[in-house]
Design a protein around this ligand. Structure first.
Ligand SMILES: [Cu+2]
Length: 250
C-alpha cells in the first residue's frame, strides 16, 4: 500500500460515486474561500474607513447602501443551490438508491475495539447465524459454524477484499462503542453504532491496496484500528475466497 497518497489534499478517488462528492467538496471550498476573502476585505475596509479621527463623532445609523443586502441574498441563494442542487441529489443517490443485492457483494462489517471484522456469506449468499455466546478469541463474531448457512462463510479480520466494478453492500454494526468506517479512497464514511445495522454501499472502479480507517475516536487503540482494503480483479477475488475457505478447513 502506498501511504503517500494520504496527504493534505484529497486522496485519489477510486469509487463510482466519488467524483460527485469531490465536486461538492471543491465547490464548497471555493465558495468558502471567496466568502473569506470578501468578508476579510469588507472588514479591513470598515476598519479603515470608519476609524476614529479627530473631529468626527460616531454615527449610529446604518449605511443606506443596498449592496450588503444584495450580497447577502446572493449568498443565501447560492447556499440553497448547494443544498438542493448539489448535496441532496448526491446524498439521496448514495444513501437511498441501493444497487440490487443480487448483483452485489453483500458483507457484514462489525467494528470492535480495535479491529474490523468482516463476514462474507459465501456463494450461497446467506449469512450463518451468529450468537454472542459463541464469541471467543478465534470467533470474534460468534458465528455458529454448525449452521448450514455458515458452511461457506468466511470471517476475516482487517482484510477486506472485494472485486472491482461490482457494487458492494456493507451492513455495518459495532460490538462495543461508536466507531466510524472510513475508506477515504472510496469516499465512504459511516458511523458504526452499537445496536444498529447500517447499510452502506459503494463500487470501486480501480484495483489496488488501500486502507480502512476508524474515523471516530473510540478508545486508546483508536489509531491502531486500521484495516486493509484490497480491490481485486474478479479472478484475484475468487482465488482469495478459495484460500480463505481452504484455511478454514485446515
Ligand atoms: Cu474505532
Amino acid at each position: 500500500m502506498n501511504s503517500s497518497i494520504y496527504g493534505w489534499h484529497l486522496p485519489p478517488n477510486v469509487s463510482a460515486h466519488g467524483a460527485a462528492i469531490d465536486q461538492l467538496i471543491h465547490v464548497v471550498h471555493w465558495f468558502m474561500i471567496a466568502l473569506f476573502i470578501g468578508w476579510g476585505i469588507f472588514l479591513l475596509y470598515t476598519l479603515i474607513r470608519f476609524r476614529e479621527r479627530p473631529g468626527r463623532t460616531a454615527s449610529y445609523e446604518s449605511a443606506k447602501s443596498k449592496l450588503p443586502k444584495l450580497v447577502e441574498i446572493s449568498v443565501v441563494l447560492f447556499e440553497v443551490f448547494l443544498l438542493i442542487g448539489l448535496s441532496i441529489p448526491i446524498w439521496s443517490k448514495v444513501k437511498n438508491e441501493f444497487p440490487p443485492a443480487a448483483d452485489s457483494l453483500v458483507v457484514r462489517v462489525v467494528a470492535q475495539q480495535f479491529v474490523w471484522n468482516i463476514h462474507y456469506p459465501g456463494p450461497d449468499r446467506l449469512f450463518g447465524k451468529s450468537d454472542p455466546s459463541l464469541i471467543s478469541d478465534s470467533n470474534a463474531l460468534g458465528i455458529d459454524w454448525n449452521d448450514p448457512n455458515a458452511k461457506d462463510d468466511i470471517a476475516s479480520i482487517n482484510q477486506f477484499h472485494f472485486p472491482v466494478n461490482k457494487p458492494v453492500i456493507v451492513y455495518l454494526s459495532s460490538k462495543d462503542v461508536i466507531h466510524s468506517f472510513a475508506i477515504p479512497v472510496l469516499r465512504v464514511k459511516q458511523d458504526a453504532i452499537p445496536g444498529m445495522r447500517i447499510p452502506v454501499w459503494f463500487e470501486a472502479v480501480q484495483t489496488g491496496q488501500f486502507e480502512i480507517a476508524c474515523a471516530q475516536l473510540c478508545g486508546v487503540g483508536h489509531t491502531l484500528m486500521k484495516g486493509y482494503v484490497s480491490i481485486d480483479t474478479p479472478e484475484e477475488f475468487e482465488n482469495w475466497v478459495k484460500e480463505q475457505e481452504a484455511a478454514k478447513n485446515l
